[in-house]
Design a binder for this molecule. Structure first.
Ligand SMILES: NC(=O)c1ccc[n+]([C@@H]2O[C@H](COP(=O)([O-])OP(=O)(O)OC[C@H]3O[C@@H](n4cnc5c(N)ncnc54)[C@H](OP(=O)(O)O)[C@@H]3O)[C@@H](O)[C@H]2O)c1
Length: 253
């Protein structure tokens, strides 16, 4: 029988990360869940159940924590097949109001975090001929009003995805990304909890609704799977058709 595969999901205490951890567990993976808040991770681990889920709390932008997440994975499960770089924060602000401290925090979690995780994980992924799925955003495909800092990090993640896909293709490691639009999670609560703002978003989405975390998790699972074995360097929108539009209004509405 083939050995059970192992996935690390960062930011797995809520939203898409939690949905992704549950999806991989359902697919028979051993799952390592990371985030900064132990209680959130414990809840997800309890929902998954069994002893094939490992909690490693820590901040992905801290070099020691990032190394520890990968080391504990190898110590406990002996291998690594998939790294899902999902953890992120979103700071929206006009440039005049954004402090250097917040700019550095935004960059450090959303881009240095994935850099550190990949740097620590890559030798193990080469051994397993595994794959990386980065959780980017439609915000990395074009700008958001007042979103320049967050958008810059997601643009960086997209180019990292493509460049690393080139570097590791010959070594058998695939690197892809998903680019969700507004998805019903804690991060999007400021929008989803405000009916007027939510309506504004929906008018721009061809399918006229917010995405669900499980709908992103399913695409992440596909990109990591054997079915996607000839797919690398792809940034796959999971956006109900948002990025299919060039931004001009629907004249029939
Ligand atoms: N929701 C949307 O509309 C949307 C749209 C496009 C893309 N995305 C992307 O989707 C991904 C998942 O976000 P989400 O929407 O599911 O939001 P979420 O529920 O806020 O999940 C993000 C998770 O990341 C964790 N996290 C934050 N900083 C961390 C750090 N330094 N180290 C480790 N874990 C950290 C958070 O937990 P702790 O605070 O406990 O660490 C949280 O559980 C993100 O990459 C986000 O940018 C979201």
């Amino acid at each position: 029988m083939a050995e059970q595969k192992v996935v690390i999901v960062t930011g797995a205490g809520s939203g898409m990360g939690a949905a992704t951890a549950k999806r991989f567990a359902k697919d028979g993976y051993k799952v390592v869940i990371n985030g900064r808040t132990q209680s959130k991770l414990q809840k997800v681990a309890d929902e998954i159940g069994g002893d094939e889920v490992l909690i490693v709390a820590g901040d992905i932008s801290n070099p020691e924590d990032a190394a520890n997440i990968v080391q504990q994975t190898i110590d406990s499960f002996g291998r690594l097949d998939v790294l899902v770089n999902n953890a992120a924060i979103a700071i929206f602000s006009a440039i005049e109001d954004l402090s250097l401290e917040d700019w550095n925090k935004q960059l450090s979690i959303n881009t240095t975090g994935p850099f550190l995780m990949i740097k620590n994980a890559i030798s193990h992924l080469e051994k397993s001929k595994g794959s990386i799925v980065n959780v980017s955003s439609v915000s990395g495909l074009g700008g958001d009003w007042n979103g320049f800092a967050y958008d810059a990090t997601k643009g960086a993640v997209n180019i990292m995805t493509q460049a690393l896909a080139l570097d590791f293709a010959a070594k058998g490691v695939r690197v892809n990304a998903v680019a969700p639009s507004l998805t019903d999670t804690d991060m999007a609560a400021m929008v989803t909890q405000d009916p007027e703002t939510l309506e504004k978003f929906k008018t721009r989405i061809a399918m006229k609704r917010v995405g669900q975390p499980e709908e992103v998790a399913d695409v992440i699972a596909f990109l990591a799977s054997h079915d996607a074995r000839f797919v690398t360097g792809t940034i796959l929108p999971v956006d109900g058709g948002l990025s299919a539009s060039n931004g001009q209004p629907n004249m029939s509405e």
